[in-house]
Ligand binder design. Structure first.
Ligand code: HEM
Length: 281
């Protein structure tokens, strides 16, 4: 540089230009991710940043429909396998398996006395994966009954039914009854000898209910007869026939699962409202 020559002026970089420079320096992939995640569409669905920071983790849980069931934090001890045996979660998982496999079975099964048994046999021997579907449904149903009883035992033995959880215990008892009713109504659907006679025995037990069963104590007080009592209501007749099959089908596939879903929603909501899962004794 000559002595009287002026030094070249440093160009002042404006903030906007700086940002664009940084943007230009990024790889295509990063710019694409940035463009997508800063778009209005993305931000209207995902309303928080990456859950790497504690604050964002909390926001993720609060604002996500599927995660909001979980508490923000939970004592490590309450999650110990030895405390819950995971039995409530396993019961729920089995319910989900039953719902999916049950819907698949509904594509092939018609609740009509002339067809039901053949449909079950077709499912087993003619439909692709039919045997798997049927057995998955059947074994999951048995397992759900076992799991719900184990869950109830663990709640009892860990004293988790005590205040403030006594209402959730009551909801739980309704869920147990619903699980048993789902099993009972499903029992008739294969329409084989076992189904027919099992439901005949079960319905006769209903006929012996006090007051409302025609064979029950005090039935004369309400005038319960064989053609107007609770057994008649259940079967849609005096014998197990077409009406009974249709009633059990509707109860098994629509009414009871819907009530159970509602009950479970309240059950899980109460677990949260009662301060999360109880701590081990
Ligand atoms: C369809 C049936 C049921 C499902 C899917 C279900 C699911 C659950 C789940 C996921 C939990 C969280 C803690 C855990 O996994 O142990 C829970 C807690 C609880 N359940 Fe159930 N449950 C069912 C039936 C019952 C029954 C039959 C009872 C009792 C009669 C019951 C009473 C309770 C109580 C009191 C809690 C709170 C326990 C605690 O805070 O430690 N539940 N249930």
């Amino acid at each position: 540089m000559m002595e009287n020559e002026e030094p070249p002026k440093e160009r002042v970089v404006k903030p906007q230009e700086a940002l664009e420079g940084i943007e230009a320096g990024k790889g295509f992939q990063e710019r694409l991710i940035h463009k997508v995640t800063s778009s209005e569409l993305w931000r209207s669905v995902i309303r928080h940043g990456s859950p790497a920071l504690r604050r964002n983790r909390a926001l993720t849980v609060i604002s996500n429909f599927f995660l909001h069931l979980h508490p923000l934090s939970i004592p490590r001890r309450a999650l110990a396998f030895a405390h819950t045996w995971c039995m409530g979660g396993i019961t729920f998982l089995l319910f989900l398996v039953l719902t999916v496999s049950g819907v698949l079975l509904m594509f092939y099964y018609v609740p009509e006395v002339g067809r039901a048994y053949e449909d079950m046999k077709d499912l087993q021997f003619a439909v692709s994966f039919g045997m798997l579907m049927r057995n998955l449904h059947r074994w999951s149903a048995h397992a759900m009954v076992v799991a719900v009883i184990l869950h109830m035992m663990r709640v009892f033995y860990s004293g988790a039914y005590k205040p403030p959880r006594q209402f959730n215990w009551v909801i739980g008892v309704s869920l147990l009854v619903l699980t048993l009713l789902l099993s009972f109504t499903g029992y008739l659907l294969p329409w084989d000898q076992l189904s027919l006679w099992a439901i005949t025995v079960g319905a006769n037990m209903a006929g012996a209910t006090p007051l409302v069963g025609y064979q029950g104590p005090f039935h004369e007080l309400l005038g319960a007869r064989v053609d107007n009592d609770v057994r008649f209501l259940l079967l849609g007749g005096t014998l197990v026939g077409q009406n009974a099959l249709l009633r059990f089908y509707v109860l098994h596939c629509i009414v009871l699962p819907l009530v159970a879903v509602l009950g479970m929603a309240i059950h899980f909501w109460r677990v949260r409202k009662d301060g999360g899962i109880s701590k081990p004794l």
